[in-house]
Design a protein around this ligand. Sequence first.
Ligand SMILES: [Mn+2]
Length: 276
Amino acid sequence: MTSIKKPLKVFHTSDIHLGAYDKKSGRFSEANKIKQEKNFIRLIDIGIASNADVFLIPGDLFDNARVDQETLELFAEQIKRIAIPTIVSPGNHDHVGPDSVFDRIDLTDIAKNLFIFRDVEGSSFIFDDLGLKIWGKAHTEQVPDFRPFSNPPKRDYDGWYICMGHGHYIHPNAVQRHSFHISGQELIDLNCDYVALGHWEQYTIVESGNTTLAAYSGAPESLAHESGIGGKVLIVELIPENEKKISAISISDSTALNQEEIPFLKADPSYVAPSS
Ligand SMILES: [Mn+2]
């Protein structure tokens, strides 16, 4: 299908860990639970105010599969409220497969604008009204050699092409025993307009060649409250025949950082992803 590219505004968060303080979490705290939910609602307010076209959540949206039922419903109600297509790629904390949090209730029945990647080999959603195709994989349980961007499909869509994944980008200072590896070359090989990354608490743009832009949104609220990292959400503007524009918005006070103010990491040129 032929689709004409038009400006697209992307709203990107990850690693929200909703339910981290729920009753069965092992670190129950009513005060932290309320704080986390308020922060998430504030994030949705920012998304609505931004007039974004699409909302991406690449993993660890929920902290675990035992979260309160009301946490699941709160999430779905907020997605219904933001009302734009919202795409989730499950991460290591909210994987698909046996005992998946996504099998507890049908979130997409509450929020008809919600789309969840279920296929561990990768699958895609197409939004022709936005001229947009999105590809991603779902984590399955906590398999350490899962790689979110291995064996990607060829780009085959005329409009915007965005990929989503949850894993650990390999840079010169990376501790390589970390799981779910993502190499700079893998990001280049995706041949897409934007890669929305999750797994890190710190918002960071990562090296991914000259045409692809790839970034971690970081967590909207760090689980290590005093760490001072995270606390942002990303807005990416894709404009035909123009430079991409990325900014990081503070959830606490809505101030924005421009691209030059967002941390940038170079890829480890010596790292070769194992073949699969
Ligand atoms: Mn993770």
